[in-house]
Design a protein. Structure first.
Lengths: 243, 330
């Protein structure tokens, strides 16, 4: 469903992605890596927000240049910048995009009500985007990614900044979607959640894929593999913080 | 304070301000003050509203609640906060040295009137908001939500309110003035268009560029998105000039959008709310000159000039579609 072939990307002279080959089929694939490893950049390439310097990206066998609209109809994205309509309320954000994805007004309303309830947004549904807390903004953006029931989901840090109850709901939702054949690629720094829900883990280090494994088949947990690649930190706490 | 001044500096590249300065530059500065007084008031009124949105409103209420201030002190802070704005101080001294103490004091009086009005309105118990059931996104239009976001973004610019002030003043002059001069209506229409025109250069970034990310993720063709945004700009402009000179206003608007197409799609200049829109001076001059020619032409030569303006607008849509596709490139 997601097919990334030899993708490279640099900003100025700094290479961020160095030849990424990645095929993601239905299931939950977690993309891990330290800050600056290239996770968000890879997600931007896969969402069609940027073009790779070389290599190619296909979603459902289609390329962005010729089939951007077709791809986007079946693609749900939670981008790093969230992409809310800041002047609209939470409910208006969802109602605004439903018809563009081909949903009827009635379908949009029904799905919006469901998602607001699931993500605990019902109470704040009339809050304008710019006045929402970070968690509310992220949950709204996630609801916008799920509204049209996409076949491919690209989620940039969906669990960060979210309360534990909503986090548990999101875990259940994603597992259900992946069981129904949705290909999900998500980035996260919360290894315990990744260990729980991911069917595959890809670790990105300095712009390259360093490890690609299925957590249930390895003896080691995700955390051990992660730290064996990026190195376990040995912090020396300065004296002024100790005393 | 420097940050605040920086945020207001966008007004330097605003088409409307450029035109007022151009009108002033012709002759004696004292004479220029009186000949452009109406436009100065139109420019100052929305600007003074932003000065009045006092310090307390810009900070989270929970933080303000922790400040060790008595009720009297809070009221005092609210009462003088508009005068703490650096641009207010610059303008006060500008008027003082330009026209003397009387003009300086008149400026302070105007600021006080605006401030008192804003203070009173902000403390009204009711909210002047459209009920959710009447919101545009509930219309059968697929792109209604995008239009709604653009419409609210438009209302968040001071340019919109300046244009509305000119339009209302002009319309009142036409309806109730003693023997209104017919030649004045196309000119007033042009000024409404000029006041709105800088917005056309920042159409996709009125909310500091945040909606742009969502636009790129939606399954919508670039041209459809552009037409939606353009119509949300053009329809209010047409309503404003409808009782002045519709042909002039629409012709100017079409050209302003066509010329503003490139900067709106390619320049990464995000617009802050409650500020005058800051544009690119090169495109601003082109908008005013070409739009002015089209506007006057439409008023004098007839509908064919409007047709030419529309043709240029259509060309800009196709060009915009190409730019939209290329905008994926870094």
């Amino acid at each position: 469903m997601i097919d990334c072939r030899a993708a490279t990307k640099s900003y100025a002279t700094q290479p961020v992605l160095r030849g990424i080959d990645l095929v993601v089929e239905p299931g939950i694939c977690a993309l891990l890596g330290a800050n600056g490893a290239g996770k968000s950049t890879l997600l931007r390439l896969l969402s069609g927000l940027e073009e790779p310097d070389s290599g190619s990206v296909f979603i459902g066998g289609l390329g962005y240049w010729d089939h951007a609209i077709k791809i986007r109809r079946n693609l749900g994205v939670l981008p790093e910048g969230l992409g809310l309509f800041e002047s609209l309320t939470v409910i208006e954000n969802l109602m605004a995009i439903g018809p563009i994805y081909g949903l009827t007004k009635r379908e949009t309303e029904a799905r919006t009500t469901n998602l607001l309830g699931l993500l605990d947004l019902t109470q704040g549904r009339h809050t304008v985007g710019r006045d929402c807390s970070f968690g509310m903004r992220k949950k709204t953006a996630l609801a916008m990614a799920l509204l049209h029931k996409p076949k491919v989901l690209l989620l940039d840090e969906p669990f960060e900044g979210i309360d534990p109850a909503s986090s548990a709901v999101i875990e259940t939702l994603l597992c259900q979607l992946s069981n129904n054949g949705t290909a999900i690629l998500l980035t996260s720094h919360i290894l315990s959640v990744v260990q729980k829900i991911a069917t595959r883990v890809v670790i990105l280090h300095q712009g390259r894929i360093e490890s690609d494994f299925n957590p249930p088949t390895t003896d080691e947990g995700v955390e051990e593999v992660y730290f064996s690649i990026v190195g376990r930190p040995q912090p020396e706490v300065p004296d002024w913080l100790r005393s | 304070m420097l940050k605040e001044l920086g945020s207001l500096s966008s007004v330097r590249f605003n088409n409307f301000l450029f035109c007022i300065l151009f009108l002033m530059s012709g002759g004696d500065l004292k004479v220029a003050f009186w000949s452009t007084l109406l436009f100065q008031l139109v420019l100052l009124a929305p600007l003074l509203v932003t000065f009045s949105i006092d310090t307390q409103h810009r900070l989270p209420p929970e933080r303000v609640a922790t400040w060790p201030l008595t009720g009297t002190r809070r009221l005092l802070l609210s009462s003088v906060s508009f005068a703490l704005n650096p641009l207010f101080i610059v303008l006060f001294f500008g008027y003082l040295f330009w026209m003397g103490l009387a003009a300086g004091l008149f400026f302070v009086l105007l600021a006080l009137i605006v401030h008192t009005t804003v203070y009173a309105v902000s403390r009204l118990s009711f909210k002047l908001r459209m009920p959710a059931s009447l919101s545009i996104s509930r219309t059968p239009l697929k792109v209604g939500g995008i239009a709604q976001e653009m419409w609210r973004g438009l209302q968040g610019t001071l340019d919109f309110w300046a244009a509305l002030l000119i339009a209302v003043t002009g319309t009142l002059y036409r309806l109730f003035g003693r023997a209104p001069e017919p030649e004045a209506f196309p000119i007033l229409s042009l000024f409404v268009g000029i006041a709105m025109s800088t917005i056309a250069q920042r159409m996709l970034r009125l909310d500091e560029g945040r909606a742009l990310l969502r636009y790129r993720l939606l399954p919508i063709a670039g041209w459809k998105l552009l037409v939606t945004l353009d119509m949300t700009f053009l329809i209010p402009l047409a309503v404003m000039v409808s009782l002045l000179n519709l042909r002039t206003g629409v012709a100017f608007g079409l050209i302003a959008i066509a010329v503003g197409r490139y900067p709106s799609l390619r320049q990464r200049a995000n617009q802050r709310r409650w500020r005058f829109v800051g544009g690119d001076p090169r495109f601003g001059v082109a908008q005013v000159l070409l739009g002015g020619l089209a506007g006057i032409g439409a008023a004098r030569a007839g509908l064919w000039v409007l047709a030419v303006a529309f043709a240029l607008y259509v060309v800009s849509i196709f060009w915009g579609e190409l730019l939209w596709k290329r905008s994926l490139s870094p």
